[in-house]
Design a protein around this ligand. Structure first.
Ligand SMILES: CC(C)(COP(=O)(O)OP(=O)(O)OC[C@H]1O[C@@H](n2cnc3c(N)ncnc32)[C@H](O)[C@@H]1OP(=O)(O)O)[C@@H](O)C(=O)NCCC(=O)NCCS
Length: 102
């Protein structure tokens, strides 16, 4: 129904939402027929909690400026930090984990 993961990249080889070697970047998608049912939020919260448990100081992602998924990210604590073309890089600090995932 969907998939989500995070992984780290390097300065020399990275995706659109890269901010630092020690900050993993999120990828997430839910099959179109099952969107808006809460699956994406559950996957995202599980990954946030896993990244905090693994000791990562933050997590990043890249989202198109017109993608409504921005609302999902903001509601779980991601904040926009940089704009590249028509996409925002967003970062969520682990320090705010308890507040934003409940
Ligand atoms: C982004 C995505 C993973 C969210 O998964 P989901 O299962 O639909 O998400 P949920 O049902 O858990 O949450 C929906 C929330 O996401 C936001 N959202 C995502 N897509 C939305 C849309 N098309 N319209 C309105 N809100 C949307 C809303 O904030 C909504 O919050 P709410 O439930 O409080 O209203 C899914 O829409 C998707 O796969 N989209 C296409 C791929 C993509 O854009 N991936 C992210 C790239 S950064």
């Amino acid at each position: 129904m969907g998939a989500a993961w995070y992984r780290t990249y390097t300065e020399a080889n990275h995706g659109y939402g890269f901010v630092a070697d020690d900050v993993p970047e999120l990828s997430i998608a839910v099959v179109a027929s099952r969107r808006h049912g809460g699956i994406g939020r559950r996957l995202l919260i599980e990954l946030i909690e896993a990244s905090v448990a693994q000791g990562y100081r933050a997590m990043s992602l890249s989202v198109a400026e017109n993608n409504p998924a921005r609302g999902l990210y903001e509601s779980t604590g991601f904040v926009p930090v940089e704009k590249h073309g028509r996409s925002w890089t967003m970062v969520r600090s682990a320090a705010r984990s308890n507040r934003a995932t409940r």
